[in-house]
Design a protein around this ligand. Structure first.
Ligand code: SF4
Length: 543
C-alpha cells in the first residue's frame, strides 16, 4: 500500500500487475521492467529500471524521433542560424516552433527562429535523389538571409535513399564561406529523440566548440541543456549576472553560433538537462579541462542550491557573500510571491511524465508549493537519469546505442587548462558539487510510482486510479489528459506562458497552476459518453 501521507492509498504494486495484464504476455514482460514502486530510502538505492529501450510497436508512446532530438531540441534553438530540414515538409513542421524556444538577437540583429526551412522532398526526389535540391536550398537560404551558420538535418527518407548530406554540406561551405553543419539524424536512428541529442552534441563538439580562442573574463560559466522555453534562460541569466557571474555561452536556448565557438574558454559548465547534453559536458572536460556541475534552476530552493554549487566551485569569499545576498533577497521575494498560491495548492497531488530531466526538475518546484509528486517518468531517459551516474557502469551497449558514434576525445595539447588543482577537484567531486547526478529515483519518496516511456493506456489507467490534481506532461498527451477532467500543464512549451525557471519563474508557475487546479470549470466537465453511448454495435449474427 502506498504510504504517501496524503496520497490516494492505492496499492501501486497491484496497479502495475493489473495494468500489464492487459497486454499480451511478451509485451507485459517488456513493460514490467519499465515500472517500479519506490521502496528504498534516500541512501543505498538498489532499484533498477529499464530505460532507453525500444517502445513496443502498437503501443502509443509519447516519444519523438532522432531527428526531433537533434533539430527540434538541441540545434533548433540557435536563432542566428538557419536550420534546414532535408526531407518531407511534415518532418519540418513537427520540429518547428513546437518547443517555443525564445531567442533574443545579438548586435547583428540576425534572428531566424520564427522560420521553418525544409527542402520539401517529393516523390521525384525520393526516386532520383535529393542532393541537388539540398544544395540549392542551402544556397538560397544563405543568399536570402546571410545567417551566421547553417545546419542541415537528414530525415528518414534521406537515410533510406542514401543522400550524402555531409558531402553536400562540405561543398556548400566551401562555395559560400559560411559554416554548414550536417547532421545524420534520420528519425529511425535511435529508440527515441535521445539519439538525436547525442548526434547533435558530437557535431557541435567536433566542428564548433573551440574554433575561436577568445578570452572570457571574470567568473564565467556556460549553461548547457537549458532551452529558454518561455524565457527561462533569461531569468537564469538575470540572477547569475546579479551574483556577478558571466554566462559565456548557452547550449542551446537563446544560443548564438559565435558564443559556442569560444565556449571552451569559460571556467565552468552548468548542466541543466543531463540527458540531452551530458555528452558535450564530458567531452569539453576531457579536451579543455572545464569541469561540469549538474544544476537545477527550477524551483526556489533548487535555484539557491545550484547557486551555492557555483559559489563552492569559485570559492571566493567576496563572490560567495554576494551570492548569499542575492539568495536571501530573491528567495524572500519569491516565497512571499508564492505564499497566497501555496495556501491553495498545499497537499494537492501531481504526476509528471515528460522529457528527459523536467520530470525530475519540476518536483523541486512542486514541493516549494507544498504539492506532492505521486508518480513520474521520462519519455527518453537512460538508466542513469533515474538511478544516478553510478548506473553508467552497468549499462550495456546494445545495437541501438552502437548506432550512434562515440567520439574518441583526448586532452588538447595546447588548450587543455585545468581550472582547479587536482586536490580541489577531488574534494568538489566528493562533495557532489562536480561530476555528480543522483538521478530521479533517490528524490522520489517511498511508495511513489516511476514509469519509463509511459504509454497512453498506462497513463489513462493511472489517471483513473490515482486521480491526480495536476499532470505535467509533454506535447502529445496534454489534451488526452484534460479529457479526463485533469488539468495538464505541458512542459515542452509551457502552453505559451513562462518563464518558470528561477525565482520569478516559480511565482509565475504558482499563479498558473493555482488558476488551473482551482478553476471551477473542471467540475463542469463530464464526458458525453458517460451520459449516453455514442456508438452502438451488435454481433454480426444478431443483425
Ligand atoms: S520519424 Fe522520420 S519521417 Fe517521422 S518526423 Fe522523424 S524524421 Fe520525419
Amino acid at each position: 500500500m502506498s504510504d504517501l501521507k496524503t496520497g490516494p492509498g492505492v496499492d501501486l504494486d497491484e496497479f502495475i500487475e493489473e495494468t500489464i495484464s492487459i497486454y499480451p504476455a511478451k509485451v507485459a514482460k517488456k513493460r514490467r521492467g519499465h515500472m517500479l514502486v519506490r521502496d528504498g530510502g534516500q541512501e543505498g538505492l538498489n532499484q533498477t529500471i529499464n530505460a532507453n529501450a525500444r517502445s513496443v510497436p502498437g503501443i502509443i508512446t509519447q516519444r519523438g524521433c532522432c531527428y526531433a532530438g537533434c533539430k527540434g531540441v538541441v540545434i533548433g534553438p540557435y536563432g542566428d542560424m538557419v536550420h534546414i530540414t532535408h526531407g518531407p515538409v511534415g518532418c519540418g513542421f513537427y520540429s518547428w516552433m513546437t518547443r517555443r524556444n525564445l531567442f533574443r538577437p545579438g548586435p547583428d540583429k540576425k534572428n531566424y527562429s520564427q522560420y521553418c526551412f525544409s527542402t520539401d522532398m517529393q516523390e521525384h526526389d525520393i526516386i532520383f535523389g535529393g542532393e541537388k535540391k539540398l544544395k540549392q536550398a542551402i544556397r538560397e537560404a544563405y543568399e536570402t538571409f546571410r545567417p551566421n551558420a547553417i545546419s542541415v538535418h537528414a530525415t528518414c527518407p534521406v537515410g533510406l535513399i542514401g543522400d550524402d548530406v555531409a558531402a553536400v554540406a562540405r561543398e556548400a561551405e566551401k562555395e559560400l564561406g559560411v559554416k554548414v553543419l550536417a547532421f545524420n539524424c534520420e528519425g529511425y536512428k535511435g529508440v527515441s529523440q535521445s539519439a538525436g541529442h547525442h548526434i547533435a552534441n558530437n557535431r557541435l563538439f567536433s566542428d564548433v566548440v573551440g574554433t575561436k580562442d577568445q578570452a572570457v573574463e571574470g567568473y564565467s560559466v556556460n549553461v548547457l541543456g537549458e532551452y529558454n522555453i518561455g524565457g527561462d534562460a533569461w531569468e537564469i541569466e538575470r540572477v547569475l549576472e546579479k551574483c556577478g557571474i558571466k554566462v559565456a555561452a548557452t547550449f542551446s536556448g537563446d544560443g548564438k553560433y559565435e558564443t559556442m565557438t569560444y565556449a571552451h574558454m569559460a571556467s565552468l559548465n552548468l548542466v541543466m538537462c543531463h540527458r540531452s547534453i551530458n555528452y558535450l559536458a564530458e567531452m569539453m572536460e576531457t579536451k579543455y579541462g572545464i569541469p561540469w556541475a549538474k544544476v537545477n534552476f527550477i524551483g526556489i530552493r533548487a535555484m539557491s542550491k545550484s547557486l551555492r554549487k557555483i559559489a563552492a566551485f569559485f570559492d571566493d569569499p567576496e563572490l560567495t557573500s554576494r551570492i548569499e545576498q542575492v539568495i536571501a533577497e530573491e528567495e524572500k521575494l519569491a516565497l512571499d510571491g508564492i505564499a497566497p498560491y501555496r495556501a491553495r495548492l498545499e497537499g494537492k497531488t501531481a504526476m509528471l511524465f515528460v522529457g528527459g530531466s523536467r520530470a525530475h526538475h519540476y518536483q523541486d518546484l512542486l514541493r516549494d508549493l507544498g504539492m506532492i509528486p505521486v508518480a513520474a517518468g521520462y519519455e527518453f531517459a537512460h538508466r542513469d537519469d533515474y538511478e544516478g551516474r553510478q548506473a553508467l557502469k552497468d549499462i550495456k551497449l546494445d545495437a541501438d546505442s552502437r548506432n550512434i558514434e562515440e567520439l574518441k576525445v583526448n586532452p588538447d595539447p595546447d588548450r587543455y587548462r585545468p581550472r582547479l588543482s587536482p586536490e580541489k577537484l577531488e574534494q568538489l567531486e566528493k562533495d557532489k558539487v562536480l561530476k555528480s547526478y543522483d538521478g530521479m529515483l533517490p528524490d522520489m519518496p517511498q511508495g511513489t510510482l516511476v514509469v519509463d516511456d509511459i504509454s497512453h493506456v498506462e497513463l489513462e489507467r493511472l489517471i483513473l486510479t490515482l486521480k491526480p490534481d495536476l499532470l505535467l506532461s509533454g506535447i502529445k498527451d496534454k489534451y488526452i489528459i484534460e479529457k479526463f477532467g485533469v488539468p495538464s500543464k505541458q512542459l515542452h512549451n509551457y502552453d505559451y506562458s513562462g518563464p518558470f525557471a528561477g525565482y520569478r519563474g516559480a511565482v509565475n508557475f504558482a499563479g498558473e497552476i493555482d488558476m488551473m487546479i482551482n478553476n471551477p470549470a473542471w467540475k463542469l466537465v463530464s464526458n458525453p459518453f458517460k451520459r449516453k453511448p455514442l456508438l452502438q454495435a451488435g454481433l454480426g449474427t444478431d443483425q
